[in-house]
Write a protein that binds this ligand. Structure first.
Ligand code: PXP
Length: 249
């Protein structure tokens, strides 16, 4: 099973929003990414629309369904009523629920499943009834993972931020890899699919994939956007796909 690449376009939206101008253009960059071999597009709309705007969400959905019917649309966010109404209207292939406060600059932790079970159970039920795959953002610590299948969720997304932060410390990197591997294997044993995301890069993907070859999907925004400045969007996607297939940069 090959791990698929979903390109998170939030960082591109952030750059666009510096000006009251329509570029860089999300739709055309998403098209380039999908043409270059990415399997999907991820957006993380927030109530203040500081990155993704509400108008971007249906536009990217239309691009995918019209021009890339095999590609997947993944919408991530905190399950507020407004967020749930939005995803039930758009019906992406996958919804990734994150526990972040809307004011946080980026997601930086997974769900505490035991405490959040009461909140998540009806939300997951609603999304599943509408036919969407549900993934829950998770710290690389298997405590509470047994609750995830009981909630009816299909996958977890392992939070790889701490792994990404070890880029210049090989010992710390190995420790984070073991945590991710243990957590991923526990999720797999519970019958869950396993995604991963946050601070994944061309250099840190090959060791991650070697340790967790069963990863279904990685979603990558910041480092891929940075890479695209140097290599172009198509070049960056090809470099990340190369890293996913195990080759070092
Ligand atoms: N997964 C989740 C749940 C996220 O919130 C983000 C950042 O929006 C990512 C993946 C992508 O992280 P990065 O931008 O560091 O690649």
């Amino acid at each position: 099973m090959m791990t698929t690449l979903s390109v998170n376009v939030n960082a591109i939206a952030m750059l666009r929003n510096r000006r009251d101008l329509p570029w860089p253009d999300l739709e055309s960059l998403a098209r380039i990414a999908l043409e270059a071999g990415a399997s999907g597009i991820t957006v993380h709309p927030r109530p203040d629309q500081r990155h993704i705007r509400l108008t971007d969400v249906p536009q990217l959905s239309t691009l995918i369904s019209r021009s890339f019917p095999k590609a997947e649309y993944n919408i991530e966010g905190y399950p507020s009523e407004a967020f749930l109404d939005l995803v039930c209207r758009i019906r992406p292939d996958q919804v990734t629920l994150v526990p972040d406060d809307p004011a946080q600059p980026t997601s930086d932790h997974g769900w505490a499943f035991e405490t959040a079970a009461e909140l998540l159970a009806p939300v997951v039920g609603r999304l599943k009834a509408e036919g969407m795959r549900v993934s829950l953002f998770a710290d690389p610590d298997p405590a509470g993972y047994e609750i995830v299948p009981q909630l009816g969720a299909d996958r977890i997304e392992l939070y790889t931020g701490p792994y990404g932060a070890t880029h210049s410390d090989p010992d710390a990197r190995d420790a984070e890899l073991s945590r991710l591997s243990l957590a991923g294997r526990r999720a797999q044993a519970l019958g869950l699919g396993v995604n991963a995301g946050h601070d994944l890069t061309v250099p840190n993907l090959p060791p991650l994939i070697a340790e967790l070859p069963f990863l279904a999907e990685v979603s990558i925004g910041h480092a891929l956007t940075a890479d695209a400045l140097e290599h172009g969007m198509a070049g960056a996607v090809r470099r990340f796909l190369g890293a996913l297939s195990g080759s070092e940069a």
